[in-house]
Design a protein. Structure first.
Lengths: 479, 375
């Protein structure tokens, strides 16, 4: 938005009339804080003393009706609207790169209902996931989306990029747990998706909003599936000296319908670095944690079957203690100073594909990154964390400990590395992302990812958001 | 706190969001800037020339509650409250702090408290046990002290009372008034030394934190070796368990809730103790607030009550709403500052507020001569 103070005040006044004076800000400190999310790119930019493009207005809506009225203003003045949950996305999906109205959803944080018979919870999209979990724990239930970002991400933020949590292997991704949603469309309509996700009453349009990352509307409320808190949970760790066999062990566990709640397989590089630094274990090889929960007898039986599979493929059983320790400290990786942080350059070039392709994809991506940037002492580490009946996700990362000091140079290098990684991923049958989303960072790969289907997606976007106000620049969509 | 540690902590916290789930001010204001990472990012941005200290940014920094949740929940124990206090000290020294900060400084230097126009009481006597009274017990919830004296006398304990009407130093430290905080700390510790006590009893987790940790970390003052610091609730719970504290049941059968006081999260392993004391006297059903124990949110009785009374009010209202939803009708706590703030608005939420110490004292079992039964 142009810096005409007169027009800024006119719009601010209109927004304040909707949400209240206390819930609209144009303060410089707010604009700076909301100009970055959890992506490396903007964090590095600010760290180097470079300003980012801020939002023009930070607005805290209290209801879907508020948002509907805000859409009216945004369309009238052609202002971008950027939904903001926890600001914990790593892809730049919430960056207000074109200014406009940033909608911080956290004022909409109420739990509307817990249905102890159907095992569902209906909550507003701005609730922090950990707080939602505490609330359902009070009645013996759990919301089994245990993401590393649960302490900071919102329910809407879990759904918008199609997030995945630690126990997704058994309980599913966030998108698998949603029954229905309330969404405010860019044109202001407040719609409800069907009551249940599985039915035969027409096309599955409700899933359009999952993965749209705020480009097709604002998720304001969701009804999510819950589970009983498992009465039993046990983990153990194994060590493979052959990553290929470890991958096969995971595949067999999944395709034989054992139900681990987690399989976490670290490649040798991750085992030697991250497992060592966080958990203190010095192993050589591919370290795997497997966990089973629920009925103790069933869990024990499944665990024994899993152990048979693994040992038949050459695994060394490390016992329970390393597995339990991993579970207790699984989020320690994200606390400073042991997390990946500036001044390092790093990125999570994660991907997903089917079992027949995953091993080759891993090696090709590793090669593209390590060989392409060998002169920079780049490190490539990976683990396989979210397993499905048909394939597995590779959580690959690159790290450069001494990146260029100049911000532009650093960003250029960062983008070149991402390009190399994503080209390798697409060329070898992978998706450009499994659960962090597309955001700004991967926007440029969407056309290539979707090929002939991309024009259809552009038409959908145009139909739903005729003025292109919703989160422009993200998930491949412009204005 | 050394400046290098401040920079490290600020840089660590500016982009970390892992304590947001228990952040109280963000919860009640919904504002990203008023969160642990928001405060750190604002400070880091001033350091990098992206922002400057002005009324707006200083107002943001003085919106941090300094109640310890962020640090208590940090796996790597980042001392963000300490770093913010150190930054506030810089702001104070540049004469950029809100005017109320300097006004409080004057009052603390003259009276040792912002709550009264009276200097602290004179201490005399040497005893094995000293009791730090402080200013909140003296002025904000004066029912505390007579009840505490009754409880201690019933245990055969006649302590020297120190710091009567004097702030512990927490408030000054929190506001960035380092020299004033040091002065108060030194006066309190001088009285402790003069008492020759081997035990120092404190009435709240906030005071425990101040003597046990704040004096050293923020002011560079060591708590005297050879003196054991103890919360009064811990002493009483031990006596109850040992059969040396005898209590009778209350006739009030209404559901009640214990409110973990502000700063409770700073003292590990103390959450069960007051609950056990209450369970010994209260026949009614005990309820729990949502924001309880390790995740207890503060009431608005930190320095926010002076620098950001609107946020302090929101914190208090949020606790009262939390309490109302628990369906308790009586709220009980031991911290005088917490009690005062809750009591101011409790009636409007259909709630009553009672002090833990008064309740215990009211239900002491005395022997036939009027003294409490002692084994």
């Amino acid at each position: 938005m142009n810096q005409d103070k007169f027009l800024v005040e006119m719009v601010r006044s209109e927004l304040a009339e909707i949400v209240g004076q206390d819930y609209v800000s144009v303060e410089e400190s707010d604009k700076l804080v909301y100009s970055t999310d959890w992506a490396w790119m903007p964090q590095m930019w600010l760290d180097r003393g470079q300003p980012l493009h801020p939002p023009d207005f930070i607005v805290h809506p209290g209801s879907a009706e508020d948002i509907s009225e805000i859409m009216d203003i945004a369309n009238k003045y052609r202002l971008p609207v950027v939904p903001w949950g926890g600001g914990s996305g790593s892809q730049g999906g919430a960056l207000p790169v074109f200014g406009g109205i940033l909608l911080d959803m956290k004022r909409m944080n109420k739990i509307i209902a817990i249905d102890e018979k159907s095992l569902t919870v209906t909550a507003q999209a701005g609730i922090i996931i950990s707080q939602l979990e505490w609330a359902v724990n009070e009645v013996g239930l759990t919301f089994p989306h245990y993401a590393a970002s649960s302490n900071c991400a919102t329910l809407g933020g879990a759904l918008a990029p199609r997030g995945t949590g630690t126990v997704s292997t058994k309980y599913g991704k966030a998108e698998d747990m949603v029954l229905s949603m309330q969404v405010v469309l860019p044109t202001g309509e407040i719609i409800r998706t069907p009551l249940v996700p599985q039915h035969a009453a027409g096309p599955d349009w409700f899933r359009l909003f999952l993965g749209a990352e705020g480009t097709l509307g604002v998720i304001t409320e969701a009804t999510m599936r819950l589970d009983y808190i498992p009465e039993h949970r046990s983990l153990r760790a194994l060590l493979f000296d052959d990553l290929s066999k470890a991958l096969e062990a995971g595949r067999l566990m999944m395709t034989r319908r054992l139900e681990p709640f987690v399989i976490r397989l670290y490649d040798p590089a991750s085992t030697a670095s991250r497992v060592k630094s966080i958990l203190g274990y010095e192993f050589q090889g591919a370290y795997m944690v497997v966990g089973f929960d629920g009925d103790p007898d069933l869990a024990s039986l499944q665990e024994n079957k899993a152990l048979e599979i693994c040992t038949r493929l050459g695994a060394q059983d490390l016992g329970r203690e390393p597995g339990e320790k991993w579970w207790a400290h699984r989020y320690d990786f994200y606390y400073p100073p042991q997390n990946l942080k500036l001044p390092w350059m790093y990125g999570t070039t994660e991907t997903i594909t089917t079992y027949d392709k995953i091993e080759n994809l891993y090696w090709q991506e590793k090669k593209a990154v390590e060989e392409g940037f060998a002169d920079l002492d780049i490190k490539f580490i990976g683990h396989f964390s979210h397993w499905f009946h048909w394939g597995v996700m590779l959580y690959s990362r690159f790290i450069i400990e001494q990146p260029p000091e100049d911000a532009q140079e650093a960003l250029r290098l960062h983008n070149r590395i991402w390009n190399a990684a994503m080209q390798a991923v697409i060329a070898n049958g992978g998706m450009i992302n499994e659960h962090h989303g597309v955001g700004l960072k991967l926007s440029r790969y969407m056309r290539k990812q979707y090929g002939q289907a991309w024009p259809m997606m552009l038409k959908l976007k145009k139909a739903i958001d005729p003025n292109g106000i919703m989160n422009p620049g993200k998930t491949g969509f412009g204005f | 706190m050394l400046i290098e540690n401040v920079i490290d902590t600020i840089d660590n916290c500016r982009y970390c969001l892992m304590c947001r789930h228990i952040a109280s001010v963000e919860y009640v204001t919904h504002k990203e800037t008023l969160s642990p990472h928001g405060w750190a990012l604002v400070i880091a941005s001033v350091q990098r020339g992206l922002l400057e200290w002005n009324q707006e940014t200083v107002d943001v920094i003085y919106s941090a509650p300094d109640h310890g949740n962020s640090r208590a929940h940090c796996v790597t124990d980042q001392p963000l409250p300490e770093a913010i206090a150190a930054v506030r000290a810089e702001i104070v020294s540049q004469q950029l702090a809100p005017p109320i900060v300097y006004q409080i400084d004057e009052r603390l230097r003259e009276y040792g408290t912002p709550f009264a126009n009276r200097k602290p009481g004179v201490v005399s006597g040497e005893k094995e046990i000293a009791l730090f009274v402080g200013d909140e017990a003296q002025y904000l919830w004066p029912k505390t002290l007579p009840a505490v004296i009754d409880l201690l006398h019933a245990q055969g304990i006649d302590p020297v009372m120190i710091g009567v009407g004097r702030n512990s130093g927490y408030l000054a430290s929190s506001l960035g008034l380092l020299e004033t905080a040091k002065g108060l700390a030194e006066e309190n510790l001088a009285e402790l030394e003069a008492s020759r006590a081997e035990y120092l009893l404190v009435l709240s987790p906030g005071d425990f934190f101040t003597f046990n940790q704040l004096y050293n970390e923020r002011l560079g003052i060591e708590f005297p070796a050879g003196v054991e610091l103890l919360e009064l609730t811990t002493l009483l719970a031990g006596r109850l368990e040992g059969g040396k504290l005898k209590l009778k049941r209350s006739t009030d059968e209404e559901p009640y809730a214990y409110v973990d006081p502000t700063h409770a999260v700073r003292v590990p392993n103390r959450h069960d103790i007051p609950r056990k004391l209450l369970a010994a006297i209260m026949p009614g059903e005990s309820r729990e607030l949502f924001w309880r124990r390790e995740r207890a949110h503060p009431v608005g009785c930190t320095a926010l009550q002076f620098t950001k009374p609107d946020i302090a009010e929101k914190l208090t209202m949020s606790r009262l709403e939390d309490a109302r939803e628990s369906e308790a009708t009586t709220l009980i706590s031991e911290d005088p500052g917490t009690l005062k703030k809750l009591d101011e608005s409790a009636a409007g939420h259909g709630l009553r507020v009672k002090g833990l110490y008064e309740l215990l004292a009211e239900h002491l079992i005395h022997d036939e001569h009027g003294a409490a039964a002692l084994d």
